[in-house]
Each structure stands twice: as C-alpha cells, then as structure tokens.
Ligand binder design. Structure first.
Ligand code: FES
Length: 124
C-alpha cells in the first residue's frame, strides 16, 4: 500500500500588509495566530496529515479576510476566527458538510472560468 494522499488541503494566507498600506490584510496582530490554531486543532483531533494545512501568499480576497480555502471543493471561508475554525473542522472536515454561513459572498467568489474559455475571452 502506498502513502495515502491527504483528504483535504486547507490554504490559509499569511500575508500581512505593511502598516499604513491601504490594502486590508489577512494577518493582523489580532489574527496572526490563526494558522497555528488551525494546525494545533487538527493535531488535537488526530487528523493532521490526512488534512494538510498550507500557508500561502495572498489569495486576492483580502477585503473579506482572514480567509481560508478548503480543497477539494473550492470552499472559501471568510472573516475567520478561532470559533469559526472549530466549527469548520467539526462540521466540514470531520462531518462532511460545508458551513454555509461562513462561506465568502458569492459575488466575491463566483463560478470559475475554465482556462480554455479565459484564453478565448482574451482573444488568444
Ligand atoms: S492576504 Fe489573504 S486574501 Fe490577500
């Protein structure tokens, strides 16, 4: 038997805008420990490895931050807090149900455009 691939990847952006920059940031002094909290919670649940948390750079939804993307499923959670992370692990990761009320607004996260269609739109 081979090494099992993860059942989920959870991407958490870890980019903080320098002080004074107009761009809101997913990482502020109040939210800087969310990645660590996520990783520790997964460890406590005994599911680290089959759920792989990943630090990423900006996912272009800073104004809704802190955000976190769960794959598979392209589920983007917005306005994260520790309490929200607890529920997402319990209900989505362990329970298999997306926590709809924490999902980013549809207008900020609409259906994807296929790369082939994107090329056509660009006239390429
Ligand atoms: S830094 Fe998180 S979406 Fe930009």
């Amino acid at each position: 038997m081979g090494i099992p691939q993860p059942a989920f990847y959870i991407f958490k952006c870890e980019q903080s805008a320098p002080p004074g920059m107009p761009k809101p940031s997913c990482v502020t002094p109040q939210t800087q420990d969310l990645f660590q909290y996520l990783a520790q919670s997964l460890m406590k649940q005994g599911v680290m490895g089959t759920v792989q948390p990943i630090r990423t750079s900006c996912m272009n939804r800073c104004q809704m931050g802190p955000v976190m993307l769960v794959e598979p499923g392209h589920t983007m959670y917005a306005g994260l807090t520790k309490e929200k992370i607890d529920r997402i692990i319990e209900e989505h990761i362990l329970g298999g149900n997306v926590v709809e009320e924490y999902v980013i607004d549809k207008e900020m996260w609409d259906e994807p455009i296929s790369p082939a269609d994107m090329k056509k739109q660009m006239g390429m």
